[in-house]
Design a protein around this ligand. Structure first.
Ligand SMILES: Cc1ncc(COP(=O)(O)O)c(C=O)c1O
Length: 395
């Protein structure tokens, strides 16, 4: 949200910015879903709904979880919130006591650690890097668990890295969790439909159903159906947890927007071609962006398996000097240099818990991707690298 505000302010000042910070599909909500929302308004769906969400939507979500994810939930075990973010926030509010630990594998979506801290919890960041495909490995999880651990938050496909856990990797994580019955797991599956190449999205709970009594599945309409502004997300879990979340919603937002809930039913029960089309579009952009970035000296990335972000290493640029004589000493400096000199906005890896990287979103047109990468290449050409000495070249 901060990156978006920065780009907006630069544009307001008259700058033309190529925006690689975008965290949402760049195309509109499919027309049949928009029509369902408009029809809902015209039909008088303009009032409060029950705090857990309208019955048809909870039923549609339970059916979706069964059909697409192999998960058995009753509609009563589903809670609808104002976005997945809102569901995660309230799940943490409902469960965390002061000092409770929440394991957040890094790189992570920026909101997790802050939401944990807001509720008096302690985010326990478990680092990972390219060597494990930016994924949490079972040994690292095992070591991070203490008697105070309340939750593990697992996000696959991942924002910011696009990492997608395989069934074998999830099973191995599930086995660790089975050995620690006090640890709950939250699976954020909001990018599930955006997976590329041979990658497949699998739900941890479909593989390790024994965890269902201490798990919350989180998902939403924002990414798959290009509905970020409608603010509909959901969670499914054990009844007591769902009831606690609903209780909090009833005293804060009361309910999600009635017309948006009706539109969400149409999104889930209507034709799914729009999701397949979006996936295909993103895959072509992913291929183009990763190929172009890898041609730029100093930038290195692997094509992500999922989501719509490339998480590229810019370690090769740190230490260089700009034409204005400033030294780039971190990924934040590189990000600022790209914004100022190339007019290309991105987000520093440090914000996601892994410095020396940038997150570059490909939720934008191919022309923008090509123009942005060309501008980055030109900006890098203008940098001065200190000559490589004998020692450093052997280091
Ligand atoms: C990993 C992850 N989870 C959840 C969300 C929140 O989505 P929603 O719009 O449903 O609140 C986002 C949005 O960027 C995200 O990247």
């Amino acid at each position: 949200m901060a990156a978006k505000a920065h780009v907006d302010s630069l544009r307001a000042a008259g700058r033309t910015i190529i925006d690689f910070t975008i965290g949402e599909p760049d195309f509109p909500t499919p027309p049949h879903i928009v029509a369902a929302g408009v029809d809902a308004l015209n039909a008088g769906q303009t009032r409060y709904t029950g705090s857990a969400g309208i019955a048809p939507l909870r039923k549609a979500i339970a059916a979706k979880l069964a059909n697409e994810n192999g998960l058995a939930y009753t509609p009563g075990q589903v809670v609808v919130g104002n976005g997945a973010k809102h569901v995660i926030y309230n799940a943490l509010a409902a469960t965390l006591n002061e000092g409770d630990e929440v394991i957040v594998p890094a790189p992570y979506w920026v909101s997790y650690p802050d939401m944990v801290a807001l509720h008096g919890g302690k985010p326990v960041i478990v680092p990972s890097d390219e060597r494990t495909g930016f994924k949490l490995v079972p040994q690292a999880l095992e070591q991070a668990i203490t008697p105070r651990t309340r939750w593990l938050i697992l996000n696959s496909p991942n924002n910011p890295t696009g990492a997608v856990y395989t069934a074998a990797e999830l099973k191995a994580i599930g086995e660790v969790l089975l050995r620690h019955p006090h640890v709950w797991v939250m699976t954020d599956e909001i990018y599930e439909h955006f997976v590329y190449g041979a990658a497949k999205h699998v739900s941890l709970l479909a593989l390790v159903p024994e965890l269902a009594g201490r798990a919350l599945v989180v998902n939403g309409m924002s990414k798959a159906y290009a509905m970020t502004g409608w603010r509909i997300g959901y969670g499914a879990g054990p009844q007591a947890l769902v009831n606690a979340i609903v209780l909090l919603l009833s005293q804060s937002t009361s309910c999600a927007s009635a017309m948006a809930q009706v539109a969400a039913v149409t999104a889930l029960e209507g034709p799914q071609q729009c999701v397949a089309d979006a996936r295909q579009l993103f895959e072509a952009r992913r291929d183009r962006m990763s190929a172009l970035l890898n041609r730029i000296p100093g930038i290195r990335c692997t094509a992500p398996d999922g989501a719509f972000y490339v998480f590229a290493s810019v370690a090769g640029l740190i230490g260089a000097t700009t034409p204005a004589g400033r030294k780039l000493s971190s990924d934040v400096d590189v990000m600022m240099y790209f914004t100022d000199v190339a007019s290309v906005a991105s987000i520093d890896g440090a914000s996601y818990g892994l410095p020396a990287h940038l997150r570059l979103s490909f939720a934008t047109g191919i022309e923008q991707i090509e123009a942005g990468c060309a501008a980055l290449a030109r900006a890098i050409q203008a940098l001065n690298f200190s000559p490589i000495t004998e020692e450093t070249s052997h280091a």
